[in-house]
Write a protein that binds this ligand. Structure first.
Ligand SMILES: *Cc1c(COP(=O)(O)O)cnc(C)c1O
Length: 465
C-alpha cells in the first residue's frame, strides 16, 4: 500500500480563522459571536488527544461528538477505507443490487443487537435514521389498516437530530422555534430528569411519575391514534440525563399495554458507551426500532441506520409494496467497510466489558470525588458517559441565576486547560473515547477539578454565589 503525504498547508492559524470567517457556516453556531472570537483549528488527533493549529494538546472528553469510540488514529480503519475505495468506492442498493460491505455489516449488526432485530435499514446519519423511523412507523400502521395511528410521543429536551423530522422528534424548544417545528403528530412529555425536576420525590418515585406521563398522554390522545414512543436510553445532548432505574421498565409496560411501538434512539448509547452494547441492554427494554449512528463507525465516516425488529419487518415484507424511502448513500460501501472493521475492533479489544468492569467503574469513582467540589451539585455517570451539575447551592439543588452562563465559563476554562468538556446549560458533560486508560481518566478528573476551581473563583468575583 502506498501512502501519500498528508494534506499540508503553510497557512497560519490567523489565516485559517480569516478564511473560516469568510466562507464557512458552522453547524449550531452563533456566527456573529464566533467571528468575533475566532475559530479553534484542530489539525490532528491520536488516541484520546486532539492537537490544535497552535500545537496545544487537548484531552478529548467528548470523543468528538460522542462518536470516536475506538479513539483517533486507527490505521485499521484508514486501510479498510482505502481498500474498499479501490475495490468498489460506490454503488447503490436501490435497483435490486447490493454489495458485500453492506450485506456483511447488516449480518454483523444483527449478531450484536438484541434478538428481535434481524434487519437493518442504512442511512448516512442519526438524523436520517430518525427520519426513516417516522416513515417506517407510519407505513407499518398503514399496512396494518390503522392509518389513524400517526402520533409519535417523545420527550422534552430529547435530541433526535437536526433534520425536520429529527428536530421535531427532539424536544429542544430553541430548535422548534426556528422553522415552525414540530411537524404534525409529534408530541412531547416531560423528561426523567430527577436532579433538575424531581422536587421532593425520591429518584425511584420520580422515575415512575415521569414514565406515567406517557400513559397520561396516550389516554389524552386516545391509544388508537398513538403510533410509537421514542426515547434515548440516556439523554445525551439534553445533558446526560440518566433516568432513575424505575423509569424504563414502566415505559416498556405502558407501550406493551397499549400495543404502541417502542423506539430506542441508540445513537449515543449504542456500541459500548454505557458498558453494554446498547442502552436497551442496560435497561432491559425490548425496542421495536433502534436508531444507530455515531459509534457505529466511530465517526471515521458518516453512517447511520435503523434496526428493525421482526414485528415491524415482517409486516413490511409480507404485505408487500414498495417502501418509498432511501438515500443515495444508504449502505455506502466504504462507510460500511469501515463500520465493519470498527465493530470488530470494539469486539477484539473488549471495549464493551472493559467499559462495564474497569474504566466505567474507575471513572465513576473519580467522578464521585468531583461531587465534593463546592459548585458541583451532582456527579453522575454510567460506563463512559457522565455529567456534573454546577449549582449555586448543593443542598437545595439550586441552579445559578441566568442558567447557562456558568457552564459556558467552565467550558472555556476547560478548553484553555487542555480538556474538552461540553456544557449543556450549567451541566458539564463527558463521553470520552472507550479506549481511554486509567491514567488518562486521572488526567481528565484532575483537569476537571482545576477548571471547577477556576470557575468557582470567577463566580465569586462576579458575585454569582
Ligand atoms: C447525534 C444524535 C442524533 C443525530 O445524529 P446525526 O448523525 O448528527 O444526524 C440523533 N440522536 C441522538 C441521540 C444523537 O445524539
Amino acid at each position: 500500500m502506498t501512502t501519500s503525504a498528508p494534506y499540508v498547508s503553510d497557512r497560519t492559524t490567523a489565516a485559517w480563522q480569516e478564511l473560516d470567517r469568510q466562507h464557512y457556516l458552522h453547524p449550531f453556531t452563533d456566527y456573529k459571536f464566533l467571528h468575533a472570537k475566532g475559530t479553534r483549528v484542530i489539525v490532528k488527533a491520536e488516541g484520546v488527544y486532539l492537537y490544535d493549529s497552535e500545537g496545544n494538546r487537548i484531552l478529548d472528553g467528548m470523543a468528538g461528538l460522542w462518536c470516536v469510540n475506538v479513539g483517533y488514529g486507527r490505521k485499521e480503519l484508514a486501510e479498510a477505507a482505502y481498500r474498499q475505495m479501490l475495490e468498489l468506492p460506490y454503488y447503490n442498493s436501490f435497483f435490486q443490487t447490493a454489495h458485500p460491505p453492506a450485506i456483511e455489516l447488516a449480518k454483523q449488526l444483527v449478531d450484536l443487537t438484541p434478538a428481535q432485530f434481524n434487519r437493518v435499514f442504512f442511512t448516512g446519519s442519526g438524523s436520517e435514521g430518525n427520519d426513516t423511523i417516522v416513515r417506517l412507523v407510519r407505513r407499518y400502521w398503514d399496512l396494518l389498516g390503522q392509518p389513524e395511528r400517526k402520533v409519535i410521543i417523545s420527550r422534552v429536551n430529547a435530541y433526535h437530530g437536526s433534520t425536520m423530522a429529527g428536530a421535531s422528534l427532539g424536544g429542544m424548544a430553541f430548535m422548534h422555534e426556528q422553522g415552525g417545528l414540530p411537524i404534525p403528530d409529534i408530541v412531547h412529555i416531560p423528561q426523567p430528569y430527577w436532579f433538575g425536576e424531581g422536587g421532593n420525590l425520591s429518584p425511584a418515585e420520580f422515575g415512575l411519575k415521569a414514565a406515567r406521563e406517557l400513559e397520561r398522554k396516550i389516554e389524552e390522545l386516545g391509544a388508537h391514534r398513538v403510533a410509537a414512543f421514542i426515547g434515548e436510553p440516556i439523554q445525551g445532548a439534553g445533558g446526560v440525563i440518566i433516568p432513575p432505574d424505575t423509569y424504563w421498565p414502566e415505559i416498556q409496560k405502558i407501550c406493551d399495554r397499549h400495543g404502541i411501538l417502542l423506539i430506542a434512539d441508540e445513537v449515543i448509547c449504542g456500541f459500548g458507551r454505557t458498558g453494554h452494547w446498547f442502552g436497551s441492554n442496560l435497561y432491559g427494554i425490548r425496542p421495536d426500532l433502534m436508531t444507530i449512528a455515531k459509534g457505529l463507525s466511530s465517526g471515521y465516516l458518516p453512517i447511520g441506520g435503523v434496526m428493525v425488529a421482526d414485528r415491524v419487518a415482517d409486516v413490511l415484507i409480507e404485505k408487500g409494496g414498495e417502501f418509498a424511502h432511501g438515500y443515495t448513500y444508504s449502505g455506502h460501501p466504504v462507510a460500511c467497510a469501515v463500520a465493519s472493521v470498527n465493530l470488530s475492533l470494539i469486539q477484539q479489544e473488549n471495549l464493551v466489558p472493559r467499559t462495564r468492569d474497569e474504566t466505567g467503574p474507575y471513572l465513576a469513582k473519580k467522578w464521585r470525588e468531583l461531587s465534593e467540589h463546592p459548585i458541583v451539585g451532582e456527579a453522575r455517570s454510567v460506563g463512559l458517559i457522565g455529567a456534573l451539575e454546577l449549582v449555586r447551592d448543593k443542598r437545595s439543588r439550586r441552579f445559578f441565576d441566568k442558567r447557562g452562563e456558568v457552564g459556558t465559563i467552565c467550558r472555556d476554562f476547560c478548553f484553555q486547560n487542555g480538556l474538552i468538556m461540553r456544557a449543556v446549560r450549567d451541566t458539564m458533560i463527558i463521553a470520552p473515547p472507550l479506549v481511554i486508560t486509567r491514567e488518562q481518566i486521572d488526567e481528565l478528573a484532575e483537569k476537571a477539578w482545576r477548571c471547577l476551581d477556576l470557575t468557582l473563583e470567577r463566580c465569586r468575583a462576579e458575585g454569582r454565589l
